[in-house]
Write a protein that binds this ligand. Structure first.
Ligand code: FES
Length: 246
């Protein structure tokens, strides 16, 4: 070992940043992550480079419509919508889907792999017919996101013999004002508590689930109870500064 390295190894360790026991318990304890993000692709019997994928007639029409939205010299901009279409048809974004998207858009497959592996909404391994993403990012976590996540996980553990459900932890779903939030097959269920999360999962299987704030707690993301702000007139009429055709 060189002198330089030996000096490095014998340097005193920095004092850990801790303030109070309570804050350390909340902010310094390593939390087990529950999402399934993989840095690499692992071949399986059904998800490998030899397992080809092709869009069926219905989805091919959507692919053509999507590509037509972009200038022909920028059709690679359609990578994400095409991956989404592939995922909707197959149920997940296999390596076959990615290769087919690369072939259609005439880009190196690596360009597509980079996109599919960066965005967690692309499922790169098979998921259940109903896939649930429970948000545990800060606003949702502060309102009980982990309790909601654990309630969903516990329910699925006991009610999933047929592989109907799959679940992951996500951050952030972009509906923080209504946290805790769960996305279920692209629909949002909001203002959740552990019991309402379980109820939603039962309703999803029964086909009666209604997205949005649960239990009629509110209509959208307005404050609970009485209005507390924005009592006056709007500062200006937004119609004067927006397009008339939208
Ligand atoms: S933190 Fe959960 S939706 Fe933003």
């Amino acid at each position: 070992m060189s002198v330089m390295l030996r000096r490095l190894y014998t340097l005193p360790r920095a004092t850990p940043l801790r303030t109070t026991t309570a804050s350390a318990a909340i902010f310094s304890t390593p939390i087990k992550r529950h999402h399934h993000i993989q840095g690499v692709h692992r071949d399986t019997a059904t998800n490998n480079a030899n397992a080809k994928f092709a869009f069926n007639a219905e989805y091919q029409t959507k692919v053509d419509e999507t590509i037509a939205k972009y200038p022909s010299n920028y059709k690679k901009a359609a990578i994400m919508p095409l991956l989404d279409l592939g995922q909707r048809q197959l149920g997940y974004c296999s390596i076959g889907v990615m290769n087919e998207v690369a072939r259609i858009l005439e880009v190196p497959p690596m360009r597509v792999y980079e996109v599919a592996s960066f965005y967690t909404m692309f499922q790169r391994q098979p998921v259940g017919k109903v896939h649930i993403g429970v948000c545990t990012n800060l606003p949702c976590m502060l309102r009980g996101g982990y309790d909601v996540y654990n309630a969903a996980k516990g329910f699925i553990k006991d009610n999933n013999d047929d592989g109907f459900y799959s679940i992951e932890e996500v951050e952030c779903s972009g509906a923080c004002a209504n946290g805790p939030v769960a996305e279920i097959n692209n629909l949002y269920y909001e203002d959740l508590e552990p019991q309402s999360m379980v109820n939603v999962l039962k309703e999803v299987r029964a086909g009666t689930a209604k997205p949005g704030p649960v239990d009629n707690k509110r209509v959208s993301c307005e404050p609970y109870g009485e209005k507390t702000s924005l009592f006056g007139k709007e500062a200006f009429d937004v119609k004067t500064v927006t397009r008339t055709d939208i």
